[in-house]
Ligand binder design. Structure first.
Ligand code: CA
Length: 581
């Protein structure tokens, strides 16, 4: 793939009803025609181009290295797109109605076949597997054996085969690691229930019931054998005592096991903000951040590039703190996820722009895991009323924005689902066949959602206007353009409150994203960037097809004033424009 060629390259990517205009001026500052060779930032007339008056001259030398960003060498996950899979609901390989590891492996080619030349795969480059360790529950977030694969899912050999097949295709794999609590059936807790047993101090006990509850009043102490144990989420999930060095040592060993023996590339740490309590403070204690920092250090000693991603379901200021302070490599951005859907629902860009602005300034490179929804939330399609235009717009915001995007399986085909939890984790719809849409040859463990005919991978693959085709195009676009994958994010002012606009920049590439969140077509939307990284002749790029995309006149500060890229911006439409630099 040519990223820094000399030729002018253009492509028009249609994402269903959403028009993505990509005007690619392959950037090669060292050799491209340059009207002047002054130092960076000098404002000189660009004699060779009539479009622009006084733009900063581009620096001489090769385009910036894609291996580094403003903060130094970027981590391997920074330019990836991840996909969250619930193994139980993805693909059944042996006809028992339960998804399994062999089934997932058999579907990898549809996620990424490893060939950049093909376009009929989704193109994701990372997988997050919800828990795969032995557990009595359907979801696995209450473990009974941290070193064994859930029997419903297969064997350790099946898991290692999955890892190998994923790696062959360039897909990294992380798994859920649930260390805040165990299943009540775990042998440790069964032993701990006996006073003075070897595992007693592995959990949190009190002879009297402490007057402590969650902020919403939910109880967190439960009786057992005449005393009480602490369990934040529910009585069937007793909290481990991570203040006990024996527990920490055991968890260190478990993390090492999955990295060294099972071959995972990292972990998604469940309930990361709840690890260690301090009196009535149940979340985000200094001891929790310190424990994670030490755990991260231990696992980095096992594998230097291991990814530790945490679920810190909290405000951006708090979730980003875990990354800034070195407790985790990356945390999920719940604030941005909610704000994105709020803006798409309301048609007002205010929420998502404020959240993007905060995210861009709060996390180091590769530190924010962005998403729309996950397995704990009502599905995007349901929240957006199964409106494909709204779903495309949400996807466009996610996949052109900062951070490392995560897609929850089924989101890309418009699968619906509302709580209870089992109904937001239903089997994947692969085709329109009976009895289970290609998921299984028998009655599945959980009935499929009654989604409209045509909402499945096979049907949508055949339709270039489908939501799935939009997702494929957007992921490919992100993969092919470093500015979208890892670029700096800068807010661009828009003349309409319905418009979200921002610039993504890496040395050598600038991409402008303009999204109309409203349903109505807007005329003459103008954009302003007081100061920015743009330089050189602001080329008047040729228009692709009938898309009327004008080049901006750059101001002396590397930005633009009152730039009108298109005469009309359709409702729910997004433009992705590469600016010549
Ligand atoms: Ca099965």
């Amino acid at each position: 793939m040519v990223r820094h060629g000399l030729s002018v390259r253009r492509s028009l990517v249609r994402v269903g009803g959403l028009l993505l205009v990509v005007s690619v001026l392959a950037c090669a500052p060292a050799t491209a025609p340059s009207p002047s060779a002054g130092p960076v930032g000098t404002a000189e007339p660009s004699a060779g181009n009539s479009v622009i008056a006084a733009a900063p001259t581009c620096p001489a030398g090769p385009a910036g290295s894609p291996e580094a960003d403003g903060n130094g060498v970027r981590p391997w996950w920074a330019d990836r797109v991840f996909y969250e899979v619930f193994v139980r609901s993805f693909q059944d390989s042996d006809g028992d109605g339960i998804g399994d590891l062999r089934g997932l492996t058999s579907r990898l080619d549809q996620l990424n076949d490893g060939d950049p030349g093909t376009t009929d795969d989704l193109g994701i480059t990372g997988l997050w597997l919800m828990p795969v360790a032995e557990s009595p529950s359907y979801h696995g977030y209450d473990v009974t054996d941290y070193r064994a694969i859930e029997k419903d899912y297969g064997t350790a050999e099946d898991f290692q085969a999955l890892i190998a097949a994923a790696h062959e295709r360039g897909i990294a794999v992380i798994v859920d690691l649930v260390i805040n609590h165990t299943a009540i059936e775990h042998p440790w807790f069964q032993d701990a229930a006996t006073r003075s047993s070897a595992h007693e101090d592995w959990y949190v006990w009190s002879d009297t019931r402490p007057a402590i509850a969650r902020s919403d009043g939910t109880r967190v102490w439960y009786g057992a054998g005449g005393r009480f144990y602490y369990a934040y989420f529910w009585e069937g999930m007793p909290d481990l005592n991570l203040a006990n060095p024996e527990v920490t040592a055991e968890l260190d060993g478990i993390g090492s096991f999955w990295l060294s023996e099972m071959g995972v590339d990292g972990f998604r740490l469940d309930a990361a903000r709840h690890l260690i309590e301090d009196g009535k403070k149940l979340e985000n204690t200094p001891a929790t951040l310190a424990w994670l920092k030490a755990f991260r250090g231990t696992l980095k000693a096992v594998r230097e590039d291991a990814l530790l991603l945490g679920e810190v379901w909290d405000a951006t200021s708090m979730s980003s703190r875990y990354v800034r302070e070195g407790s985790l490599d990356m945390t999920f951005e719940f604030g941005l996820a909610g704000a994105t859907l709020t803006s798409v629902k309301s048609g007002d860009a205010g929420s998502v722009m404020a959240a993007l602005d905060e995210v861009a300034s709060s996390y180091p490179a590769g530190g924010a895991a962005t998403f729309l929804t996950n397995h704990d939330q009502n599905r995007v399609a349901t929240q957006l009323g199964s409106d494909p235009a709204a779903e495309r717009l949400a996807a466009a915001l996610l996949l052109t924005g900062p951070g490392v995007p995560f897609i929850y399986y089924g989101e890309e085909i418009g699968m619906t689902g509302a709580k209870p939890d089992e109904r937001i984790r239903t089997p994947m719809r692969w085709d329109d066949s009976a009895p289970a849409a290609g998921f299984s040859t028998t009655t599945p463990w959980q009935p499929l959602m009654g989604d409209p005919e045509g909402n499945d991978v096979a049907s949508e693959s055949a339709d270039p206007g489908s939501l799935l085709s939009s997702y494929r195009n957007l992921i490919r676009l992100r993969s092919e353009h470093p500015a979208l994958a890892t670029g700096d994010w800068t807010k661009v002012k828009a003349s309409s409150p319905a418009v979200a606009a921002f610039l993504r920049h890496v040395p050598g590439e600038d991409v402008l994203v303009v999204a109309n969140l409203g349903a109505d077509t807007l005329s003459g939307v103008s954009l302003s960037l007081d100061a920015g990284p743009l330089c050189g002749p602001g080329r008047a790029v040729d228009l692709a097809g009938d898309a009327l995309v004008a080049a901006p006149a750059l101001n002396p500060s590397g930005g633009f004033d009152n730039y009108v890229p298109v005469a009309e911006l359709g409702g729910r439409a997004a433009l992705v424009i590469r600016l010549g630099s």
